[in-house]
Design a protein around this ligand. Structure first.
Ligand SMILES: [Mn+2]
Length: 468
């Protein structure tokens, strides 16, 4: 008999089909800004919010609303999946192990209430903010959809996109999977690749769209959204390209990537909050249609610095995949976290050590992950508060003997966004860096009770605010 029964997530409340339904259902968490706000100030204001924020009155863009900060914290991520916070990670991990539900094509949907094609198309009319004081151009962070020309699977990512005119711009494809799909189009003799940007979808779409890793020929991210949400995902055909798009999105931009183009472009705001890489060579995108809702469509922004959804969202499926890898070893995982304050370079593993030896294997499995986000991996015990950087630091300071409880691996794949990593001559923008694994778990070697944390008498029971 297994020690624990197989995990069954709590029955999911039927999720909302769209972003506006999600925002309405979770209005207890949403900060609604009714005062007039300049598009210039949207980024700095969004980044001060820990919760979903909705701007109803953008001075320069009266026809639109804008929202951000949908998944920054666990409590928000759990809302996106419709499960209690305590069930969130293992629910995501379980659903990623299930077969793709696929997509349902329908004839019509709210995203088709307004259709603009030809000379009526102008994507600079959308409320696209400039994200940092280093950038000269507005920066689109929407979910994009491309189709693998061999398998037909719908791949999604959030490639940063810069509008440079009413109907053209450049796209920074960061995920290796999209590069492979582009290579397939080229190999098959195509000069262009159809692409759609979907703005304002339920946040569960975005969690799935940010998957990156080992699914290559099993499915595309879009094919798994219904698996994650436990519902059919309705897609409508595009007006000008042979793709389907989420019928319940707020806004969709249709276009093509010019596969012969390579435009020099200045850098990007990396999730490390540095302006790296400083220069890029990017393909051109030509826009052929915009469709959207009629009633003040909600533009979804992902403010990219300093600590926002940008650090968190692309790492949520990583956490679930690491959960699965550690669980395969027989570890009962309490949590896996790429904390916002880890700059997308660090990961924290939290578990009770079954016996000596597990921690280093767990650290190695995570340090050797497919992505470039595990430069510094820290293992902690369940009594360390993973939400508190100070508590994690305390565990490193008190539970790790650097002479025996950490190890460094030289010369591994570095992040493009890590200024400490060595730029690789001839392989721009790739970099080389070492990795560190830190065992900051409670150990029993000098006496079990040595690691019991102590707190004041009545801690957590008496509250200062009751005496103010
Ligand atoms: Mn993919």
């Amino acid at each position: 008999m297994p020690d624990t029964p197989p995990f069954q997530p709590a029955p999911t409340a039927v999720l909302d089909k769209d972003l506006r339904g999600f925002l309405e259902r979770h209005r207890d968490l949403v900060t609604v800004i009714g005062k007039p706000v300049s598009i210039e100030h949207v980024g700095a204001l969004s980044a001060q919010s820990e919760r979903p924020i909705l701007f109803n009155n953008i001075i320069e863009k009266p026809g639109f609303r804008l929202c951000d900060i949908l998944v920054k914290h666990r409590c928000l991520q759990a809302r996106a999946l419709g499960v209690p916070e305590s069930d969130y990670l293992r629910t995501l991990a379980l659903r990623l192990r299930q077969p793709p539900r696929g997509l349902v094509t329908v004839d019509a949907g709210p995203v088709k209430e307004v259709i603009r094609t030809g000379a009526d198309v102008d994507w600079t009319a959308l409320p696209v903010p400039i994200h940092s004081d280093q950038e000269k151009h507005p920066y689109i962070t929407a979910m994009n959809i491309v189709r693998d020309p061999e398998t037909g699977f719908y791949n999604s990512s959030h490639a940063g996109t810069t509008p440079l005119g009413p109907r053209h711009g450049v796209v920074s494809f960061a995920t290796p999977h999209t590069h492979r799909i582009i290579a397939k189009y080229r190999r098959m003799g195509h000069r262009t690749m159809p692409i759609a940007l979907a703005f304002g979808v339920h946040p569960a779409y975005e969690i799935m769209a940010n998957f990156s890793g080992l699914h290559m020929d099993l499915w595309g991210e879009m094919d798994m959204v219904g698996t994650l949400m436990q519902m059919d995902i309705e897609m409508v055909p595009c007006e000008t390209i042979p793709l389907t798009v989420p019928a319940h999105a707020e806004i969709v931009v249709e276009g093509t990537i010019d596969l012969d183009s390579a435009e020099a472009f200045e850098g990007v705001v990396g999730p490390t909050s540095y302006y790296l890489p400083k220069t890029q060579t990017l393909p051109r995108m030509d826009v052929s249609a915009i469709t959207m809702r009629a009633d003040r469509p909600i533009y979804r922004n992902h403010q990219s610095c300093p600590a926002t959804d940008h650090q968190v969202l692309p790492r949520l499926c990583h956490e679930a995949m690491l959960y699965n890898r550690l669980t395969e070893m027989g570890i009962e995982v309490t949590d896996v976290r790429f904390p916002t304050w880890g700059a997308a370079l660090s990961c924290i593993l939290q578990f009770e050590t079954p016996r000596p030896g597990y921690v280093n294997d767990a650290l190695m499995a995570s340090m050797g992950a497919p992505w470039l986000n595990t430069k510094m991996v820290v293992a902690i015990s369940p009594d360390t508060n993973i939400d508190d950087p100070g508590d994690v630091y305390h565990a490193i300071a008190t539970r790790c003997d650097p002479a025996r409880d950490l190890f460094v691996v030289p010369a591994t794949r570095g992040s493009l966004y890590d200024p400490s990593a060595e730029p690789l001559e001839g392989y721009f923008p790739f970099r080389l860096v070492g990795k560190i694994g830190i065992d900051a778990t409670a150990k029993t070697r000098f006496g079990k009770s040595d690691y019991d944390r102590i707190y004041p008498r009545h801690w957590g029971k008496v509250r200062l605010e009751d005496y103010l």
